[in-house]
Each structure stands twice: as C-alpha cells, then as structure tokens.
Design a protein around this ligand. Structure first.
Ligand SMILES: [Fe+2]
Ligand SMILES: [Fe+2]
Length: 375
C-alpha cells in the first residue's frame, strides 16, 4: 500500500475518461480541459466506452463502482487527514488533535477504524480500475473534477477535492431501517430518522476552520455528524453491491462484486455500533442541530436502542415468506442512479460542475442498463 495514493496517479490508465454522448446542453457546460472525443455519437446517447473482453454491462457496472469508490476514497481521505492515522498506507494529512479527540468519544479506536476504512476504499478503487484495464476496458478517472476546497482547519492537506464534507444533509434513516422487523425499503416502506435535524439543513462533518474546534460541544456535534455520516455512506455501499450483482454476467466479475460488497457491510456494522455512542447534545453554534438520547423515551425500544447493531430480521421478497435477516434495500432496478441521487441529495457534491454530474449520471445509467446474461 505504500505510496498507493501517489502510485495511483501514475500507474492507472490516465486516459481522461469522459463520455461523449452528452446532450447539446451538457456539451455546452463542459469546462475547459474536458476533451470531447471524435467518436461517432450513437442514437441512444452514446459512443460507448471500450468494454474490452468484458460484456458491455459488466464493464459499465464496474465503471460505475470504480467511480463510486473514487468518490468514497476522496471523502474518507478527508476524514483520515483530520481524524484518522496518517501513515505510509494512507498519507496526506497531519491530523487534528481536537477533532480526533471528539471522534474518540464515540470509540477510542475511531482513528484506526477511519484509517482502515480509507485504505479499503483506496484498494477498491485501484483494484476495479486495474481489473478493467487488464481486460482492455476503459477505466474511470475523475481527476479533472478535483476542484472543491479542502478544510482550512489544522491538519488537512490543501488539495482539490471531489467531495464536500462541510455542507452535509445526513439521512440517518438506516438506523431505524435496520432495526425494523416489519418494514423493508424494497416494499416502499419509509423509516424514521435517528437524528431528524441532521437530515435537514447543512452540517459540517469535519471542522471547516480552527474556529470550529471550540466550544467543546460544537466540535463534538461535528464529530457526531461524522459518526452518523460514516454509517450513512457505508450502508449505501452495503446495498449497492448486492443490488448490482444481480445484473452481472461473467462469474469472475460476480466474484469481484461479491467479494468487495461484504467489506462495505463490515464497515457499516462498525459504524452502526459507533454512532450509537454519539453523546446527546445541542450544537452551541447551531441550536437546530440536536443529537437525541436514542435509548430514552420517546425513542428507545427496538427501533432506536443503541445496542441493536445487528440487522433485525424483516420481510424479504414477499410478505408471505418468513422474516429474514438481510441487507436492505437490494432491489436492482435503477440501483446505480438511485445511489447517485442518494449521494447528491446528501450535499456531497455541492460545488461540483454540471459536467461532473453529467458524467456520473451517464455512468450510472449505463450500469443500470446492464442485464445478466447479455453477450
Ligand atoms: Fe468501497
Ligand atoms: Fe465503503
């Protein structure tokens, strides 16, 4: 893993990956430096990327996953620089002692877990792109969209970012979704928020500047936000892989998806446990942001109790079948575009260009068109 971040910049196929089937409106928004290909535009919106020896659908699914992993790596790297362990495996920042201490209130080992999650995402990104390249398929490179500002707080590297962790709207409904014994999002069910105020407005999950390091309850609110955001991100990966696996064709591509996906679940399980340790408080700099005591009335019980960190068995496939302990959701229709909408809605891409959204949407739509068994 040594110097993987740097190695990534030189060893992976550096072809600037851009879809060409942009609409006229999309093409008009292309920023400087984005090169349109001269390939012919296909009727349904495309010149296709090269699939090499893979089926078109398998390549499209892997490319969407590569993009998702690049975005995950970018956000986890920001967390690691300020709140994780900086070493040769995950280099970059110099750490922020106050933020790290606030995260440690959730668990003394948070810095190690943040480091390890970051390293995992980096290997997912590098592996999937390298596999695509090994099959002669086009890879994904989002480097030209590394334009967002870094945190100005002590410890963060000053480089362009793909993702924004300072204006998040965090959907915390996974908390009650995995604790429900009667509901499943694949049946259209909806779920209460664990922290309703995190799902409204915009909240930093990392200190924006050193002004955010005080008072104590303010930096703790930021660390609590991160604690829930970790779970929100990783439950997304936990669902995305099984959702897309259902449309993979080649057994080896299926093996990749089935081998990476459960590591997202391992991350989610960890964060699901740690978020429950976020201390109840009101942010002194934002009185609208309230972290409730999830074990107290009117909360508590099966849907909120913090030690219920394993999935509650619930309805699966049919309400006539017995309850089953499962990942949820796993419906495959529109899974990639759904994941992109979910990431966008949380504010993760605030500040990104329309060309960025156009590219991500295109990658997601191509992945969603994949069909199992296609040639
Ligand atoms: Fe990942
Ligand atoms: Fe992940």
């Amino acid at each position: 893993m040594k110097n993987l971040l740097n190695g990534l910049k030189s060893s992976i196929n550096r072809r600037s990956f851009m879809k060409n089937g942009l609409t006229a409106a999309g093409a008009a928004t292309l920023g400087a430096g984005l090169v349109a290909s001269s390939s012919p535009v296909l009727a349904h919106g495309g010149p296709e990327e090269r699939s090499g020896h893979l089926t078109k659908g398998d390549a499209a699914i892997l490319r969407f996953l590569a993009a998702a992993e690049i975005l995950e790596t970018d956000l986890w790297q920001q967390y690691n620089e300020l709140g994780g362990i900086q070493d040769s495996e995950v280099p970059g920042g110099s750490g922020n002692a106050t933020y790290t201490a606030a995260l440690a209130v959730l668990d003394a080992d948070m810095a190690q877990y943040i480091h390890d999650n970051t390293e995992d995402e980096l290997t997912h990104e590098v592996f999937i792109n390298a596999y695509l390249a090994s099959k002669g398929a086009d890879t994904v490179n989002l480097d030209e969209f590394r334009t967002l500002l870094s945190s100005q707080a002590s410890g963060a590297q000053q480089i362009g970012r793909l993702t924004n962790l300072m204006q998040l709207t965090v959907d915390t409904s996974w908390w009650t979704r995995y604790r429900s014994s009667t509901k499943n999002p694949d049946f259209g069910d909806i779920f209460d928020q664990a922290v309703p105020s995190l799902n409204k407005g915009q909240h930093p999950a990392i200190p924006k500047t050193d002004d955010d390091l005080t008072p104590n309850d303010h930096i703790q609110a930021i660390a609590n936000t991160a604690g829930f955001h970790f779970g929100t991100i990783e439950q997304g990966g936990t669902s995305l892989y099984p959702s897309l696996a259902q449309r993979v064709t080649h057994p080896e591509v299926l093996r990749i998806v089935l081998s990476i996906g459960p590591t997202e679940a391992m991350h989610f399980q960890t964060w699901s446990d740690k978020a429950g340790n976020a201390p109840a408080l009101t942010d002194p700099k934002d009185s609208m942001l309230v972290f409730p005591d999830l074990n107290s009335s009117p909360l508590g019980g099966e849907e909120f109790q913090t030690n219920l960190i394993m999935p509650e068995p619930t309805v699966f496939l049919s309400r006539k079948l017995p309850a089953c302990s499962i990942v949820r959701p796993t419906a495959t229709d529109g899974a990639a575009t759904g994941a992109l909408k979910f990431l966008t809605a949380m504010g993760l891409f605030i500040g990104q260009s329309s060309a960025f959204f156009e590219l991500l949407r295109d990658l997601a739509e191509d992945a969603d068109e994949a069909r199992r068994g296609e040639r």
